[in-house]
Write a protein that binds this ligand. Structure first.
Ligand code: SF4
Length: 329
């Protein structure tokens, strides 16, 4: 997908989320600042899928949660332009957010704990309509039946409870719940990582089909690079709360520029017995509470030079829609 000549649906600018955690003894007032998300900026265009990848603890989920305002950002702008005029989600009050929330939905990682076991499937799927006071009992029931059919379940399933469904079916229920408000922007937070591989493919294909039908704009958070490559138009690679590489999916996968991206890609297994794995062990992930000076990746980087220990690299354009944050690129 080309991103030129289009107005972004979402513009994230300098987004930061810091947590201040107590350190030392219990009665000490000292705190450390944990930079879970640090100066993250990107644009997201209508109908596009942006994959957010990186190891656990790199800030993917915190970035997503800050964007949907499940967490209040420490600083930065989240400009959402669904109605043509950009609205900064970062500074809206809870009351103002309530009007925008139907347009922004989230699909969660764990289909086992994200559904209330005491509610029937019908109540779970129609709950967003009830909360947002949309329609009446009859229209809600009709919409619910339609959404269950769209995600591959039967309207008769509405009277059953979550425990009667498999993991893949529960994720379909979660998708129906997100879908019923007809959002324009959906964040999928590791939607298939708790599922079997065969079921993963079905859910990914369902998401692609629904995106085509409803023209969703997606952020797809995952650590499985093969899944991200399959579903994403562009990819943002995160390390220690920052985006270190951002670009068109095929460019990032075929011509990675950042040493961290190269090492992540070298760890992808290929179903070819003759192909030699070139994975290089990278050492420990940086501790967000005690990040090293300069480039956060420098203790793990085999190309590190003196400048890397002193100065954090900026994300610099290296071609059309390809950005890399490394001094040596
Ligand atoms: Fe490695 Fe230096 Fe580039 Fe960081 S800036 S990734 S340490 S070469």
């Amino acid at each position: 997908m080309t991103t030129q000549n289009k107005m972004p649906l979402l513009s994230v600018r300098d987004l930061c989320k810091y947590f201040h955690l107590p350190c030392g003894r219990r009665w000490s007032r000292k705190t450390i600042s944990v930079k879970a998300v640090d100066h993250v900026s990107f644009d997201l265009y209508p109908g596009e899928t942006l994959g957010l990848v990186g190891e656990s603890g790199c800030g993917k989920t915190t970035t997503s949660r800050a964007i949907v305002r499940a967490l209040r950002p420490t600083r930065g702008k989240i400009l959402f332009s669904d109605s043509g005029t950009p609205v900064d989600l970062a500074c809206l009050s809870e009351r103002q957010l309530k009007k925008i929330r139907p347009k922004i939905q989230m699909i969660f990682q764990d289909p086992f704990s994200s559904l209330n076991p005491r509610m029937t499937i019908g109540s779970i799927v129609t709950e967003p309509l009830v909360i947002n006071k949309i329609g009446n009992a009859k229209t809600r029931k009709e919409q619910m039946a339609e959404m269950l059919t769209k995600v591959g379940l039967k309207p008769e399933d509405a009277a059953r409870y979550p425990h009667a469904f498999s993991g893949g079916q529960r994720q379909r229920i979660g998708i129906a719940r997100a879908l019923i408000l007809k959002p324009s922007f959906v964040i999928c937070d590791e939607p298939v990582s708790a599922l079997d591989v065969s079921v993963q493919a079905q859910i990914i294909n369902l998401l692609r089909e629904l995106q085509r039908q409803f023209e969703w704009t997606l952020i797809f958070v995952a650590h499985d690079l093969n899944v991200v490559r399959y579903i994403s138009d562009r990819v943002a690679v995160m390390y220690a709360g920052r985006i270190v590489e951002l670009g068109d999916t095929e460019t990032v996968f075929n011509q990675p520029g950042h040493p961290y991206t190269k090492t992540l890609l070298s760890a992808i297994p290929y179903p070819d017995p003759d192909r030699k794995m070139e994975y290089k062990h990278m050492g420990q992930v940086a501790d967000p509470g005690h990040l090293p000076a300069g480039c956060s990746f420098h203790p793990r980087c085999s190309h590190c030079v003196e400048l890397c220990r002193q100065k954090q690299p900026d994300l610099i354009a290296q071609g059309d829609d390809h950005f890399i944050g490394c001094h040596l690129v």
